[in-house]
Design a protein around this ligand. Sequence first.
Ligand SMILES: [Zn+2]
Length: 351
Amino acid sequence: MQFKDIEGQLVLINRLTEIIDSGRVSHAQMFLGPTSSGSLALAIAYAQYLNCENRQHYGEGSELRADSCGQCPNCRKYEELMHSDLHFVFPSATTSTVTSKPSSEDFQEEFRDFLTECRQKGTEDEWYARLGVENKQGMIREKDADNIVRTLALKSYEGGYKVVVMWMAERMNLDAANKLLKTLEEPTDKTLLLLVAESRDRMLSTIISRVQQVVVPDLGMGLPEERRAEFARLFVSWMRLLFKLDMKPLSEWVDQTATIGRESQKRFLQYVQESLRACFLKTAAGIELPGELVFDDEKFDTFFPTMITVRNIEQMNQAITDATYAIERNANAKITFMQLSFTMSKLIKNR
Ligand SMILES: [Zn+2]
């Protein structure tokens, strides 16, 4: 996977190639974001660029500052996902053919096919459907962690970086996570462990504190244009109401939102999380809001991001995650959104 084939993540890609070129590659990193927005594809492209023998640098005026060549022996093996120093770990479950103690080792070929066919953007559900285990929850187990430890301790076959890409790292169970801690703390030379996770909230803090995080903005690609515009309007009006905390219009907003249905409410909350994350990146790192997340309200686009800071982003994220869980569990939507409004109002003012 070359960076040029990944849609809409230019700012992040340029930052990543700059880091690699400067030789400041951290041995354990976590790419955090939905697979659909390219988090897994980015991790693979990152490893390919790192191992490319002929990195391409483009001059000024080019949007992409650099990319792997796609032609050298390492790149070609990476494109086929068949490089002997590239390993994949992912959730697995017992199937009709693997009836006990499953691990990623048992499904390497299926996983590579899955990556190729879904252009490295397939969802977790799609993966389970391919394994034929739709009703089971896959897991990354101790056996997987043992394999990682062993793989990273061996000498690299081709002289470059040895890379393990772990997809859906939040599916690691406690035994697996504990096994990995030592590897995370005392890495061997020229090894790279790339965790790809969709949700930080389900990751153990002992893991989070030992990896460098790369936040992959969700570009809302899964959302049709009309829907996005509707969510943007709903979001902007909500945030304005939270500032004033004017009860009458706020309870009207809550009433209206309570009628859009649970699935839409969940999608909306996800959109809110993505928007806040983008706003935070703008405030903290000067990264412009992605086109898909501009709210089409000049005053709001300029002013609102400054309200989202390191002092409130984490708690806001948590409050929205809690509300999403409540809605999944069929909690009363009006009460959930009203409580969330109070929490968010407090957090926004506490920037
Ligand atoms: Zn190359």
